[in-house]
Write a protein that binds this ligand. Structure first.
Ligand SMILES: C[S@@+](CC[C@H](N)C(=O)[O-])C[C@H]1O[C@@H](n2cnc3c(N)ncnc32)[C@H](O)[C@@H]1O
Length: 215
């Protein structure tokens, strides 16, 4: 992803292009997100409240660097990246930042990795993985796990070429989308919100709400 607002570093990422050639379906883009997209996505996060943030599919880390720049000293960022070359590069970039944890595993391992560290839930989960190409069962399972991993009041933020995820993520309490033209290709940014309370009652720490099936 790239476009207006790009910097030389993110537009000219040789690593990104090389990894795309290796695995075009998983990487799904030849260039990283533009600076404009990165800033619009980061603006959805209240960094005064964010203590635990997870990112799915950071790639070469264009959003991760922005998150780490804005995060407070006592916050933690968990990066779930399937690609081993990107993971090694992220390890190198964040070697001096103990708040950032690079996990070379599928985003589906989020709950397990949080539990291993004694962390109950995330405040925010950001996703750059190409959800639209995921098989429907995996897509819905990952959405449900994402919902469960968020604290009440937390949010799942995704940027995608299409807005098709809204029809699958119906168990979130609110969804707001906007279109970011300053990226190649343009992207929908959607914030899925988990409510603080349901029917006036505080939510339990984790709640499994049945996934609504579409016809
Ligand atoms: C379109 S690139 C986005 C990269 C970066 N976030 C950006 O905006 O430039 C998608 C990234 O998601 C990673 N990815 C795809 N499926 C994944 C999964 N199930 N779990 C973790 N990472 C995944 C890919 O390896 C790739 O780095």
């Amino acid at each position: 992803m790239g476009g207006p607002g790009f910097t030389v570093r993110n537009f000219m990422s040789a690593l990104f292009f090389k990894r795309f050639l290796q695995n075009p379906f998983r990487i799904a883009s030849i260039i990283p997100s533009s600076k404009a997209l990165v800033e619009r996505v980061a603006s959805k996060i209240d960094f005064s409240q964010a203590r635990t943030i997870a990112e799915y599919g950071p790639g070469e880390g264009v959003h991760s660097r922005e998150l780490a720049n804005r995060m407070s000293a006592d916050s933690q960022l968990f990066l779930f990246e399937l690609d081993p070359a990107f993971s090694r590069d992220l390890e190198r970039q964040f070697a001096d930042d103990p708040r950032v944890h690079v996990i070379n595993r599928d985003a589906t391992s989020l709950a397990e990795e949080l539990a291993r560290r004694g962390i109950a839930q995330c405040d925010y989960i950001l996703s750059g993985i190409p959800f639209s190409i995921l098989e429907i069962k995996k897509k819905r399972a990952l959405l449900q796990d994402t919902y469960d991993a968020l604290r009440p009041g937390g949010a799942f933020i995704i940027y995608q070429v299409t807005n098709e995820l809204r029809q699958h993520a119906t168990f979130f309490d609110r969804a707001e989308s906007e279109y970011c033209l300053q990226n190649i290709p343009p992207m929908f940014i959607t914030v899925f919100q988990k409510a603080q309370t349901r029917n006036g009652h505080a939510r339990p720490a984790t709640s499994r709400i049945p996934v609504q099936r579409t016809a």
